[in-house]
Design a protein around this ligand. Structure first.
Ligand SMILES: Cc1cc2nc3c(=O)[nH]c(=O)nc-3n(C[C@H](O)[C@H](O)[C@H](O)COP(=O)(O)O)c2cc1C
Length: 196
């Protein structure tokens, strides 16, 4: 990944399970003074509400002061290569959105911004959440990787002895931030643990 500081990021939220990852990611980016734009697919908005007690991207935008777009707003600035953000993250990503991005067959703003990130050689991170994977999913992940994107599984590690659900979420979001090149202290680094 490029070493430049990430100043702007687009966070696309799909209808995959894992809305808490998106919320924590937005929070961490804002804390890092990153200019954040968000957009949920139709199902992304529904699963966000379902998993997080009625939360919406409207409320998220108000709480964190981030810019929000409707998924059909293909006139939105990040849809253009002339104002593509430094980093684009789809978190969580459904295998449906994964397929659209991998095949360049997108129809909504999330697909378009991810496509632009790839063509403009910007950072694209896909936080994938599905199990088990079909061969189609695996091939789509390979296509995105070959095109320069990074696919991350929403699979927390347990070697740092997580105590709470927040610890599990932070592990995964910390990995996304690492790949984006955004500094964070969400997880204790291996080998940096204080002993005794
Ligand atoms: C509660 C709920 C959880 C879901 N979890 C997943 C998931 O983890 N991964 C996935 O690929 N699809 C999941 N789906 C299905 C997607 O929402 C569905 O494929 C949808 O068409 C995705 O559209 P989108 O990518 O435009 O958001 C879930 C659906 C519901 C209702």
């Amino acid at each position: 990944m490029a070493a430049e500081t990430v100043k702007s990021a687009f966070v696309g939220i799909t209808g995959a399970s894992g809305a808490p990852y998106a919320v924590r990611l937005i929070e961490a980016l804002v804390e890092n003074d990153v200019f954040v734009e968000i957009c949920a697919s139709e199902m992304g908005e529904k699963v966000l509400a379902y998993e997080m007690g009625g939360l919406s991207t409207k409320k998220l935008a108000e709480s964190y002061g981030v810019k929000r777009y409707a998924p059909d707003d293909l006139f939105a600035p990040p849809a253009s290569g002339t104002s593509v953000p430094d980093a684009t993250v789809i978190a969580p990503s459904s295998v449906s959105t994964l397929g659209n991005i991998a095949n360049g067959t997108g129809t909504n703003l999330l697909h378009r911004v991810a496509d632009v990130a790839l063509k403009e050689r910007r950072r694209l991170v896909i936080l994938e959440r599905e199990m088990p994977y079909s061969l189609i999913h695996i091939k789509n992940m390979a296509a995105i990787t070959e095109a320069g994107g990074v696919v991350i599984s929403a699979a927390p590690g347990f070697y740092n002895h997580p105590q709470t659900m927040d610890d599990l979420i932070d592990f995964v979001v910390g990995k996304v931030l690492d790949v984006m090149g955004v500094e964070h202290e969400l997880v204790e680094r291996w080998g940096h643990k204080r002993r005794g």
